[in-house]
Structure formats: structure tokens, C-alpha cells
Design a protein. Structure first.
Length: 73
């Protein structure tokens, strides 16, 4: 599942940062959250979630944290 999360994020240009490192635009440290939501809700829901966060308002690109990803999903 980890490779599925990485592959999906790569399609949207999202990079994973180490925990504790400040995240900028299109960066996140929420790999486990994305993996969990992929497992529970499926790839289609996660694609829509990442699309909403990366392709709508540009400020959303910096909001790739656990709370926002879970709420949008």
C-alpha cells in the first residue's frame, strides 16, 4: 500500500518530507494517512481528494496535512 500512496502522490507532484521538517507547497509528511484512507475508501476517493487539494485554489496546495486530507476525503 505504501507504494500505491507514493505512486498516487507522484502523479500529483506531491513530495513526502520527513516528520518534523517544515512542508511547503505540494509537500506533506502524511504518508500513513494517505495509505490508511486508500485502504479504507479506495483509490477513486483518494484521487478526488488529492485533485481537490492540488488543482483548485493555490493555497490548498500548502494544506496537505492529516486533518485537511481526512476531512476532504
Amino acid at each position: 500500500m505504501a507504494s500505491a500512496a507514493r505512486k498516487l502522490c507522484r502523479q500529483f507532484g506531491i513530495r513526502f518530507n520527513p516528520i518534523g521538517q517544515r512542508c511547503g507547497e505540494l509537500e506533506t509528511w502524511c504518508r500513513n494517512t494517505i495509505e490508511h484512507l486508500l485502504k479504507n475508501h479506495g483509490e477513486e476517493a483518494m484521487v478526488l481528494t488529492l485533485r481537490v487539494l492540488t488543482e483548485t485554489h493555490r493555497n490548498n496546495r500548502s494544506a496537505l496535512n492529516r486533518e485537511v486530507i481526512t476531512a476532504v476525503n
